[in-house]
Design a protein around this ligand. Structure first.
Ligand SMILES: Nc1ncnc2c1ncn2[C@@H]1O[C@H](COP(=O)(O)OP(=O)(O)OP(=O)(O)O)[C@@H](O)[C@H]1O
Ligand SMILES: [Mg+2]
Length: 233
């Protein structure tokens, strides 16, 4: 059984649908990317998976549970982590307190940041008492991923983690996401606009256009003509 399965999902904002009849499966252990031009509904799709946008039609199953109507905080406890576009670090809280927000989301009792977080992100250990807002964009992105990892998720949803980040950090983020996937077995779904990054990172892809999934498959089968048709600006 798939870890996440969407069947004929329609969703949007208020009365305005943005996603139309989306069916997709994400398998346990997948490292997949979700591609598409600006405004096609990528963020809305992630928001629907975490429950921030209600479904007007269709259903969603996560790890054998129907979560179509489950509130967002419970989806986090079930094991879905969401790293939003723009990172949403709390600027005036310390790095440590930002990390602990991830523990709160998971409903875990422990108050301690597990050592493995610092194995994945050694930089954070050096900046624990700094205000989150004083980190660089790339460091804030790493903090946001670390915060997502704190709830020990089964599925991580990341929305454009490389947006506005310098190339050396992009490379680090790529390596870290691969490690999180391979070493921890966490399933990863990344929204991405940079085709080269997506090709290097992900094994599978979905392409969205106008609120629908229009292509999908193994990343090695992602052709230039698909890129030109759906992704070139
Ligand atoms: N809060 C909102 N209220 C109403 N409409 C919205 C809202 N957020 C997004 N939309 C609309 O939903 C559509 C899809 O937006 P969405 O943010 O999901 O696209 P996206 O693929 O993530 O774009 P980008 O690549 O620019 O991040 C757009 O037409 C957008 O105007
Ligand atoms: Mg978006």
């Amino acid at each position: 059984m798939s870890l996440l399965e969407l069947s004929n999902v329609t969703a949007g904002y208020g009365q305005t649908p943005v996603l139309f009849d989306i069916s997709m499966k994400v398998e346990k252990g997948d490292l997949a990317c979700l591609l598409g031009r600006n405004g096609v509904g990528k963020t809305t799709l992630l928001r629907s998976i975490i429950g921030l946008n209600a479904l007007s039609k269709g259903s969603m199953v996560f790890d054998a549970d129907d979560i179509s109507k489950t509130p967002t905080y419970k989806r986090a406890k079930y094991g879905i982590a969401y790293i939003p576009q723009g990172r949403e670090i709390i600027p005036y809280l310390s790095v440590l307190d930002n990390l602990k927000l991830g523990l709160a989301a998971s409903g875990r009792k422990s108050k301690k940041v597990p050592d493995e977080i610092f194995e994945f992100f050694p930089m954070l250990k050096e900046h624990l008492s700094r205000q989150g807002g004083l980190l660089s964009g790339g460091q804030q992105q790493q903090l946001a991923i670390a915060r997502g990892l704190m709830c020990n998720p089964k599925l991580m949803l990341l929305d454009e983690p490389t947006e506005g980040i310098q190339p050396s950090i992009v490379q680090e983020i790529e390596e870290t996401l691969k490690r999180i996937n391979k070493e921890k077995g966490i399933t990863v779904l990344v929204v991405e606009q940079k085709i080269d990054f997506a090709r290097q990172l992900a094994e599978k892809f979905f392409i969205m256009d106008k609120g629908a999934i229009v292509a999908r498959g193994e990343t090695k089968a992602l052709t230039d003509s698909m890129v030109n048709q759906y992704l070139a600006v």
